[in-house]
Design a protein around this ligand. Structure first.
Ligand code: CDP
Length: 235
């Protein structure tokens, strides 16, 4: 029997992890979970409920609100997943530039991370899952069978995110602001004390700066098939 595995995809902001993870999950028939969407939903809740003092998260108030924040994913008829915050579809709202600016300091709060990690681990219980984020291969699923660490230059990542925002009609930010946001999130994610962004020792590096989506997909499928072969051979 083909084993069900856990695939952890980590990497920097806007490195294309989600496109990779979503596509791979579709190809191999696994469930896709976007862990970043959960942190974005918490940040959106905090913004909506004025849990910021100036632009700094009000840590005590956010921690006290955690029991009131319920995050779910809803499978849409086209196969995509939408994030629900207390039952409300917030998929579009969580991708706004405002949330991108607020999310990393919120995601650095240890209690927020503990709550989200517990949720992520529960979703992975049955395996057969692809999850993307910053700490999936290190903290959430340190025993994941296949771990990938994705990178691309900051310029390339900002270009992609800028194009994405423009395509969505979000014209409030300049390329320089998007680049600044990418660099600032990299910095916060790498330097926070609780499960910082770090490549797992057993992760496979992928730099997709110069890869087309098709090239990326074939590489991912090859890595998946190799892993399954390896696991079935050693059984
Ligand atoms: O889409 P993008 O790569 O820009 O970000 P995301 O995956 O949606 O994650 C949004 C933010 O949540 C990141 O900038 C991190 O600060 C945080 N995050 C995290 O701390 N841990 C994760 N496992 C996933 C996201």
């Amino acid at each position: 029997m083909i084993p069900n595995i856990i695939i952890a995809i980590d990497g920097f902001s806007s490195s294309g992890k989600s496109t990779m993870a979503r596509q791979l999950a579709k190809t191999v028939g696994y469930r896709y979970v976007d862990s970043g969407a959960m942190y974005r939903a918490v940040a959106l809740y905090a913004l909506k409920n004025n849990l910021f003092i100036d632009s700094t998260p009000d840590v005590d108030a956010i921690v006290a609100s955690l029991p009131d924040i319920k995050i779910d994913f809803k499978l849409m008829p086209d196969g995509s997943q939408h994030t629900l915050l207390n039952g409300q579809d917030v998929e579009n709202e969580i991708r706004s530039f405002g949330v991108s600016n607020a999310v990393s300091p919120v995601a650095a709060i240890p209690e927020v991370r503990h709550a989200m990690v517990a949720l992520q681990q529960a979703l992975g219980k049955q395996k057969g899952i692809v999850m993307d984020g910053r700490d999936i291969g290190t903290t959430v699923f340190p025993d994941a069978e296949l771990k990938l660490f994705v990178n691309a230059t900051a310029e390339n990542r900002a270009k992609r995110r800028f194009k994405e925002l423009q395509e969505k009609g979000d014209n409030h930010s300049t390329f320089e602001q998007v680049l600044e946001n990418v660099l600032s999130r990299d910095h916060i994610d790498m330097t926070r004390s609780e499960s910082p962004l770090r490549r797992a020792d057993d992760a496979i590096d992928i730099d997709n700066s110069n890869m087309t989506i098709d090239e990326q997909n074939s590489l991912l499928l090859e890595l998946f098939n190799n892993k399954i072969k390896e696991l079935t051979a050693t059984k």
